[in-house]
Design a protein around this ligand. Structure first.
Ligand code: HPA
Length: 269
């Protein structure tokens, strides 16, 4: 199926993308920045899982960003929607087959570290996979990558340095730390947040880690950016609502667009 999807997309684009971006909940605006745009709804691509999450558009956009051929996924598949790890990582697999060598994964996340603030951007330095699965379970497809991929630089150090330089140049404050991935879809309990803080997590979300594992498996260099859409459970005397997550996403969208626009050409160089 992955090869069929790859061939289908090759028939619809003029330039093969070298960088890929995944846009998380409420963060879909960046796709509009591409020039010479070709939009392909997920439903048209063989085997591509549809996006059921609110705040996810569900389309793949090809185009140029400052002269760099790019592919942007607006909307992703999550385990909590009932998708399998293979479906969650399908987009990464297809983009990798198309020739993407660098990926930027964005997501909405809850802030665990008390120094974080709602609405801030956060650079992922590493992750803790608490989703109870791994997309590489099962027979290894050697054409994609090795059986036991190294994950000690899963969020490419060189890319993180570039990201920090770009953020500084644009005067965008950017914290850095560890992303913990939960299965969801319920938000965490306050006790779970205390546990996550104790094991070294700074933010928590329900996506990204399986995609980053698949990307590393294929030798695709990865960068992760969280938008801290809310403080995690039990920190503030208020409940967490999905609307708050989407609202904050909308507030930082322009900042994220500015950041990605400056960042992507630097990753391709
Ligand atoms: N927890 C898990 N996932 C999230 C959160 C959260 O608090 N906010 C946005 N995604």
């Amino acid at each position: 199926m992955i090869d069929e999807a790859t061939r289908y997309l090759e028939g619809h684009i003029t330039a093969k993308p070298t960088v890929g971006v995944v846009l998380g909940s409420g963060l879909g605006a960046f796709a509009d920045e591409l020039t010479e745009r070709v939009d392909i709804p997920y439903g048209e691509i063989p085997g591509w899982p549809g996006s059921t999450a609110i705040g996810h558009a569900g389309k793949l956009t090809f185009g140029q960003i400052e002269g760099v051929p790019a592919a942007v996924m607006a909307g992703r598949a999550h385990l909590y929607e009932g998708y399998t790890p293979a479906q969650v990582t399908y987009g990464v697999r297809v983009l990798g087959k198309l020739g993407v060598r660098s990926m930027v994964f964005t997501n909405a996340a809850g802030g665990i570290n008390l120094t974080l603030e709602r609405g801030g951007l956060f650079l992922i330095s590493d992750h803790i996979n608490l989703q109870g699965c791994n997309p590489l379970v099962g027979p290894n497809d050697e054409s994609l990558g090795t059986r036991f991929p190294d994950m000690s630089d899963a969020y490419c150090r060189a890319y993180r340095e570039i990201a920090k330089s770009v953020a500084a140049e644009l005067c965008i404050p950017m914290a850095e730390g560890v992303y913990a991935a939960m299965l969801g879809p319920s938000y965490e309990t306050p006790a779970e947040i205390r546990f996550l803080r104790a094991i070294g997590a700074d933010v928590v979300g329900m996506s990204t880690v399986l995609e980053v594992i698949a990307a590393n498996h294929m030798g695709i260099k990865s960068l992760g950016i969280s938008c801290v859409t809310n403080m995690a459970a039990g920190i503030l005397q208020q409940k967490i609502h999905h609307e708050e997550v989407l609202e904050t996403g909308a507030l930082v969208r322009d900042t994220l667009v500015r950041f990605l626009k400056a960042l992507l050409p630097r990753l391709a160089a």
